[in-house]
Ligand binder design. Structure first.
Ligand SMILES: [Zn+2]
Length: 144
């Protein structure tokens, strides 16, 4: 209550098969990585933090690797739902305003924007542009 914070720990049942993130082969649990924490959507006015030890598998082809968790991108400190909220806020106001509303640092907001742009660019497919415009006056001055 004093910290205005909710902490949630995720675990899994025993004897669950996991999937190698590289080849999607189903494998038994090898071990767990060290505990990580992700900022999640607030619970009422409390910041909510999700804790988990991500399972690892021993793939014959790819070695010992962490499985992919459904709630976050690899190496992100935020859940996908929290990052979605932060991006929605960032689309409505500047970075400084967003940091105050969602209570993250400027670097965290900027990092979230960069990941969102990378996701958007990855979804785009290359295509031939049907029309382009040329500034003939600038071209005449030597601009390329
Ligand atoms: Zn594999």
């Amino acid at each position: 209550m004093n910290e205005q914070r909710v902490d949630v720990w995720a675990d899994h049942p025993k004897d669950v098969a996991w999937v190698c993130p590289h080849c999607t082969k189903r494998l038994p649990l090898y071990d767990h990585a060290e505990e990580r924490t992700w900022r999640h959507l607030d619970s009422c006015q409390f910041q909510t933090h999700l804790h988990a030890r991500i399972p690892r598998v021993a793939c014959g082809e790819h070695g010992v690797v962490q499985v992919t968790v459904p709630w976050a991108e690899p190496r992100s400190r935020f859940t996908l739902l929290f990052e979605r909220l932060a991006i929605d806020v960032l689309r409505q106001c500047d970075v400084s305003g967003a940091t105050r509303i969602v209570r993250i640092s400027w670097d965290e907001a900027w990092g979230g924007m960069q990941r969102a742009v990378a996701r958007g660019r990855a979804r785009k497919r290359a295509r031939i542009v049907p029309r382009i415009g040329v500034d003939e006056k600038a071209a005449a001055k030597g601009h390329r």
